[in-house]
Structures are given as C-alpha cells and as structure tokens.
Design a protein around this ligand. Structure first.
Ligand SMILES: [Zn+2]
Ligand SMILES: [Zn+2]
Length: 158
C-alpha cells in the first residue's frame, strides 16, 4: 500500500493567483488578531541569528505591508534592540503565548512586517528573497526562485 502524500509545496498556480485581501492572522492563543488590506509590498525571509532566536526556528517570514493597511486587535508586547549599535528594530509578540506577530523598524517607519507563520491562510504568500543567508543553518536549501543575499542590502524591506 502506498502512503498518501501531500501535494508538492510549489504548486504552479500559487504565484499567479492574486493575494487575497484582506489577509488575516493571529497569535497561537488567539488573544491577538490582525488584518492587512491590499497587497504586501514584499514577502521575504530572514536567516539572521536574531530572527532564528526569536522564532526558535531557522528563519523568519516577513510579509511587509503599509503601516496604515494593518489593523491589530489585542495587546502586543514590544522588544526593541539596536542593530549594529544604531538602527532600532522592535519585535512585537503576544505576552500570553509568546508568538512573534510583527516587526517594526525605525529605518522604515511607514511599514509593518507581519510574521508569515501567523497568517490564517499561509498559501496566500510566496517569499521572493532571503536576507542573511550567510547566517543560515547548514542543512537549509531554499527553493529556486528565492533570491539569496548574504546580508541585508539597502533597498530591500523585510
Ligand atoms: Zn497569544
Ligand atoms: Zn533577521
């Protein structure tokens, strides 16, 4: 008997279909819910050591929206750190269940970076690039179609 298999994760029709709007999501316990209107500006991964630590995983998925396109219900706890001694990056998490929900950056005050793992419909997004591949875990091989950067170049927002 042949075990049933999940469909291949890179189904060809996903990229062509528009991102459904609004996108909704929330934390693990449900105390925090959000919705994002319109199309994301970008969808990217970050493999830096800080994102690995906060996510407890191998990368973070950043789904970037205009600040005004995102509405949030519930309380988020901020944790702010300085990157390279200057830029501030704030990670917003649910104080009850600890889920990473959002990142904001003083460098790009007009955006909110929503964590892709908290989306209700994760088939709606397709990352197109990854930052900090130089810090990535050795076993991780990203699929073709995801542009790889060793660090965080100017001009990209994640
Ligand atoms: Zn929660
Ligand atoms: Zn990172």
């Amino acid at each position: 008997m042949v075990a049933s298999r999940l469909p291949h994760p890179t189904a060809p029709d996903v990229k062509e279909s528009p991102v459904p709007s609004p996108l909704t999501g929330g934390c693990l316990c449900g105390a925090v819910r959000y919705r994002c209107d319109g199309e994301p500006q970008s969808v990217g991964l970050c493999q830096c050591d800080r994102c690995q630590r906060q996510s407890g995983s191998s990368f973070l998925i950043a789904v970037v929206f205009d600040r005004d396109a995102v509405s949030i219900e519930g309380e988020l706890q901020p944790y702010t750190a300085r990157i390279d001694g200057e830029r501030e990056l704030t990670r917003h998490f649910c104080p009850r269940c600890g889920s990473a929900v959002m990142v904001t950056l003083d460098r790009y005050p007009g955006i909110r970076s929503m964590m892709g793992g908290t989306l209700d419909d994760k088939s709606a997004i397709r990352p197109t690039f990854s930052l900090w591949c130089s810090s990535g875990q050795g076993w991780l091989e990203l699929p073709a179609g995801i542009e790889r950067f060793p660090d965080y170049p100017d001009g990209l927002i994640a």
